[in-house]
Unconditional design. Structure first.
Lengths: 349, 301
């Protein structure tokens, strides 16, 4: 391609300590958080997300109880930052404005309010409050592949009208191909106010994280979510060190040092992984069938417990159009299929 | 048989569904529908069903309350106006069943504490939330067997069944439900999660209830208790179904429910709305039975 993106300045936003909580079953320790965040800070990463994988208030049976509370993580990390700012994610329906206030009190500068791509109107109270408190307030539309660009932008406009100064189009399933990203980001750029920033959050399930993020920048996105070491749900997020290297080659300015960030990935992030976060048959299925990336570990556990292959569960969840947050339906589906196949003991049915 | 006369405040989807349910009741008779918009379809529909209507809010009905013998009112408006509505009607001796999230009266989940409220002659009871009505009975089904230290519910509802009021203040759902999961469900701590799913055709409401017990779960007793409770709820919500579970995993006890509505006025997938109107009707019937039997006399408060 003959893209000329030279000189464009973008902000990369690290996900390894939030989306990366998914493959860690939310068990990253305070000490690990601190050391990775300091590494990111020193490498020049301007913004780092620190929350339970499912956002503030995500601590639950349904999504997993974390090693420490959101507040403990935030209070441990924020004072150590020399230049980096810290953000928190909030999913209305899971977390509330009380969590938002707590995070602001801990010193986050950015609040990201996430909804399923068709349900932006549940974010009004949280976005309005974030803006009123003077926070950098982001509206985050998840599973953005599920609806057409036109429909998606209507939802983005709602979030903008509530006060969001930045709108993310989020490929939660790692399903999009670069043309899908271009169509959505370009239309957002055309329809949203010029001063509203646009962001893209990718997953690497089809290995498209970097290509999609570059397509997003070319179409007008100026914030890109990446995870150092690629540590995120599914096959992970766009690996930051790779994305930064590509940006350097293309002349896109991130302010992040490619060698330092690759050292953080190699020395700090990769060693804490419980398993290689990579494309295997199950994470590939997420991207191929358009399924929420955080379902991966739940499907694997259901396979181990009930004997239904994770891939089959993921395909069926995709067919039923399950959205982010419906982790409970994975065990439910596995039970139903196992019973149909006579794999359940009578008393467990 | 004599019936107790009722008023419905709020002629929207909930109020209209309630109207259909009340018309079937052996002990309740809907006589008034109260709205604020003269062009409201709900008011027109209520008139077709023979109800008196007003578009002047509760004030438009007050002078007729005595003459028309209204004893029970359902508020299906919003939390913001509920207290005023309730005060005005309680003064005239009308008891109030609150379907808004205002919750100025005690929570009522019929199979758990309805008898108690009727016994105490409460003049205002609150129906918690749809997620609360669908899940709290299942928390209680475990907590009446053994101590539950933590209960968590996940309510997943069809996008089309979630109205603008809930959307504007979704935190109210989360907070009210988690509070009632603990208080009425009988858990030390409660958590509530709501997920909205836009799939077409719309999905039927699903609810997952996780309980963490203090000691190892008494499986046989819990299974029995859960089945009894499902049967109890099915008396007023026939589409309340245990899809899977209870599953036992260490100290976790999980039940997976589906709530299909009756499809009176609301579509069947909106079990979340149906369980509210059905619970409210069930609650009013219990009070009505007490009044009719001469055990309860409502007094101006």
């Amino acid at each position: 391609m003959s893209l000329n993106l030279k000189g464009i300045q973008i902000k990369v936003h690290d996900m390894s300590l939030r989306d990366g909580m998914h493959p860690k079953r939310h068990q990253i320790t305070i000490e690990q958080m601190k050391s990775i965040a300091q590494g990111l800070d020193q490498a020049g990463c301007p913004l780092i997300e620190v929350t339970h994988g499912d956002g503030l208030g995500g601590a639950s049976v349904n999504y997993g109880f974390p090693a420490a509370t959101d507040e403990e993580y935030l209070r441990a990390v924020i004072p150590l930052m020399k230049q980096a700012k810290v953000s928190a994610l909030l999913l209305p329906g899971i977390g509330t404005v009380d969590h938002l206030k707590m995070a602001a009190d801990c010193g986050v500068t950015t609040i990201r309010v996430a909804t399923h791509c068709t349900e932006a109107d549940v974010s009004e109270q949280h976005i309005a409050l974030g803006r009123k408190m003077g926070l950098d307030t982001v509206g985050f539309l998840m599973m953005a592949h599920m609806i057409e660009p036109q429909q998606l932008i209507e939802q983005a406009l709602l979030m903008e009208s509530y006060g969001a100064n930045c709108i993310y189009l989020t490929d939660s399933a790692g399903y999009m191909l670069p043309d899908d990203v271009t169509a959505r980001i370009a239309l957002a750029r055309e329809r949203l106010k010029p001063e509203t920033e646009i962001g893209f959050h990718g997953h690497h399930n089809l290995s498209m994280g970097v290509a999609n993020s570059i397509a997003a920048v070319a179409a007008g996105a100026r914030r890109i979510d990446c995870a150092c070491g690629g540590m995120g749900a599914g096959a992970g997020n766009t690996p930051m060190e790779v994305f930064v290297a590509v940006c350097n080659r293309m002349g896109i300015e991130t302010g992040v040092d490619v060698f330092k960030i690759s050292d953080v990935a190699e020395d700090l992030v990769t060693p804490i992984m419980d398993f290689p976060v990579r494309i295997d048959r199950n994470s590939l299925t997420l991207g191929y069938a358009g399924v929420y990336s955080s379902f991966l570990l739940f499907a694997r556990r259901a396979e181990a417990k009930y004997g239904i292959p994770a891939r089959e569960l993921l395909l069926e969840l995709g067919r039923q159009k399950m959205v982010g947050g419906q982790e409970d339906m994975i065990e439910d589906l596995a039970l139903t299929l196992a019973r149909e196949r006579g794999l359940l003991k009578a008393n467990a049915a | 048989m004599k019936k107790i006369k009722c008023a419905i405040i709020g002629p929207g989807n909930i109020g209209t569904d309630l109207l259909y349910k009340l018309k079937r009741s052996q002990v309740l008779e809907p006589v008034w529908m109260v709205g604020v918009d003269p062009t409201s379809e709900g008011l027109a529909r209520a008139r077709e069903h023979g109800l008196k209507t007003t578009d002047k809010g509760v004030d438009g009905m007050l002078e007729h309350v005595k003459a028309d013998g209204v004893q029970i009112a359902f508020d299906a408006t919003s939390a913001y106006v509920h207290k005023e509505n309730s005060d005005k009607l309680n003064k005239l001796g009308v008891m109030m069943i609150d379907l808004t999230p205002a919750a100025i009266g005690p929570y009522c989940v019929p199979p758990i504490n309805l008898k108690e409220h009727a016994g105490k002659r409460e003049m205002n009871v609150n129906m918690v939330t749809c997620g609360g009505q669908a899940t709290i009975p299942m928390v209680y089904a475990v907590s009446r067997v053994q101590k539950v230290r933590y209960a968590e519910i996940i309510a997943t509802v069809a996008s089309k069944s979630v109205g603008p009021g809930t959307r504007k203040n979704i935190d109210e759902f989360t907070r009210t439900t988690s509070g009632a999961v603990a208080k009425i469900g009988g858990a030390d701590e409660g958590k509530a999660i709501i997920v909205i799913n836009p799939a077409e055709p719309p999905m039927i409401m699903r609810d997952t209830i996780h309980c963490l017990t203090v000691d190892a779960p008494k499986q046989k007793e819990i299974e029995e208790s859960v089945r009894d409770m499902v049967a109890e709820v099915q008396k007023y919500v026939p589409g309340y179904r245990l899809v899977n579970g209870p599953v036992f995993d260490g100290n976790r006890v999980t039940s997976f429910m589906q709530v299909e509505g009756l499809g009176d006025f609301l579509p069947k997938y909106a079990g979340n709305l149906d369980i509210m109107t059905a619970s409210a009707t069930r609650t009013a019937e219990m009070f009505a039975e007490e009044i009719l039997a001469g055990r309860l006399t409502l007094e101006a408060a």
